[in-house]
Ligand binder design. Structure first.
Ligand code: AMP
Length: 500
């Protein structure tokens, strides 16, 4: 028996499970596993404060597998002995994968059911004996309504990410499911946070529970290198493309606040030459599964997600998380950055914060109890934006025709023309500049050449060399305001600079 098996064996896990743990390459139990496994093996109810990324899934799956395989009870068709409820389809799929991984040397059967997909294959699968059913609440109730599932034989119930289930409005569904379960059973409740609602749910559900807490409440992972870019809203996409391109990030999970925003950003990144897909609740299950699989296997470098879709995503050693927009709820920031720096690996979480989000940032810093270091990339700062605005304001009156009632309209018309030209300029910068300038230089780089070249190794606003702007003579200040904006924003960035 090697050392890893020793540490897990000390938790009284049986040898088929120890073999699976060795196959998975785990060295030693994570803190939640060390605490939870013996308690679950004893048959205790459990109230566990643990976020995704702590190894909590193995923390409940391993002892459940052991308990189920220890008894001689035979599974019956459509009548699971263990029910694991999860808030999202993705989490259900991941828990299902864990059950397969850890149970590979055992003869237990499991099934995953969630909504958004054809129910017929599930109906067929439910006609076979099942030990472990992993389900989202809505679809489970559909099955219960059709009597394709019988919950009267459930010996162990797990509510995984219970806080998120409540956030998603599943409380009534959960209560309806609970009403279908036998009174005598073991209950395990996992939650990242403990609101009054969760405590209320726990009080009604758990009997003399053991409590396990592995991270202080709402503590951001110490392993995650967090940073903030204070950046004008309009420059966010350019900065994101620049960060991805110049740092050669190959696996980035980007959070937006809305589904529409996720779609739009994925599309815009595509125009910058960065392959990206969006994942959110409006996407079909097939599209979500495809995007997630491509992201996990490394063929898709950027996944743009909303909070709910990303909840529980388990991607091994995800190196970069970007908050394209800060979440409205500070706790969600902690969940988001928990996607990286998981199970002992280090990761980076970068937040792009515009001036309307400063308050949200302050709330997050209050919650995690520390200031997140600010990083600046020249050409993408609020100060740059302010400078350009004031340059533009100074330039405009000097060049505007003197206002008289007669020519006021003409001035307006010119300004409109200029604006038109500026938009044209910006678009050219967007579409042509970076591709012309950057493609060649970077194609020489073998790493870059291997994957589709992000056209955005330089920012959206930097289509021209700096000299073009700098050489502007005073008389050239008649240049349209936003042209100057484009030029100055676009000064080739000198690289990120930590300012505190
Ligand atoms: P979870 O918090 O359950 O989502 O697990 C997060 C990640 O940690 C998963 O990728 C697991 O495969 C991994 N993991 C779980 N237990 C261990 C362990 N003891 N050692 C190393 N990695 C682990």
């Amino acid at each position: 028996m090697n050392q890893s098996q020793n540490e897990f064996a000390a938790l009284a896990l049986a040898s088929p499970l120890l073999r699976a743990i060795t196959d998975a390459g785990y060295d030693k139990p994570t803190p939640i596993q060390a605490q939870a496994i013996p308690l679950v093996l004893e048959g205790r109810d459990l109230l566990a404060a643990a976020q995704t990324g702590t190894g909590k899934t193995a923390g409940f799956t391993l002892p459940i597998l052991q308990r189920l395989s220890a008894s001689n009870e035979r599974p019956r068709p459509g009548r699971p002995r263990c029910l694991i409820l999860t808030p999202t389809r993705e989490l259900a799929a991941q828990v299902g994968e864990s059950v397969d991984t850890y149970g590979r040397h055992l003869k237990l059967s499991s099934l995953i059911v969630f909504g958004g997909v054809n129910i017929n294959p599930q109906l067929a699968a439910l006609r076979k004996p099942i030990d472990i059913l992993i389900a989202t609440p809505g679809r489970l109730l559909d099955h219960a309504g059709q009597r394709s599932v019988d919950l009267s034989g459930v010996e162990i119930l797990v509510l995984d990410e219970a806080d998120r289930m409540l956030d998603m409005g599943f409380i009534r569904d959960i209560r309806r499911v609970l009403a279908l379960l036998p009174r005598q059973r073991q209950n395990l409740l996992f939650s990242a946070t403990f609101s009054d609602e969760i405590r209320q749910l726990a009080n009604g559900l758990l009997h003399n529970p053991a409590t396990v807490e592995v991270a202080r409440r709402n503590t951001a992972s110490e392993l995650v290198d967090q940073s903030v870019h204070l950046v004008p809203k309009a420059a966010k996409r350019g900065l994101l493309s620049y960060l991805i391109g110049s740092n050669r990030w190959t696996q980035v999970l980007v959070f937006t606040r809305t589904k529409h925003g996720a779609n739009r950003l994925a599309e815009q990144l595509g125009k910058d030459g960065i392959e990206a897909m969006a994942i959110h609740g409006n996407k079909s299950q097939n599209a979500r599964t495809r995007a997630l699989a491509a992201f996990k296997d490394g063929s898709l470098p950027v996944l743009v997600a909303t909070d709910i879709a990303a909840r529980g995503l388990d991607i091994e050693q995800l190196p970069h998380v970007v908050n394209y927009e800060l979440p409205n709820v500070a706790e969600d920031y902690v969940h988001r950055i928990g996607r990286t720096g998981r199970a002992g690996s280090t990761g980076a979480a970068v937040s792009l914060v515009d001036d309307e989000e400063i308050k949200l940032l302050a709330g997050i810093e209050r919650l995690i109890g520390r200031r997140i270091p600010r990083v600046e990339v020249e050409g993408f700062t609020l100060a740059d934006a302010a400078r350009h605005e004031s340059d533009a304001a100074q330039a405009a009156p000097r060049n505007a025709p003197r206002r008289s009632q007669a020519d006021g309209r003409r001035g307006g018309a010119e300004r409109r023309d200029n604006r038109h030209e500026n938009r044209h300029d910006t678009r050219r910068g967007d579409n042509r500049g970076p591709r012309d300038g950057r493609g060649k230089g970077q194609a020489r780089d073998p790493v870059q050449a291997q994957r589709r070249q992000p056209a955005s190794a330089a920012p959206e606003h930097s289509p021209r060399p700096a000299t073009e702007t700098r050489s502007a003579s005073p008389s050239q200040e008649t240049a349209p305001a936003s042209r100057k904006l484009v030029g100055a924003f676009g000064r080739p960035p000198s690289g990120p600079r930590r300012i505190r």
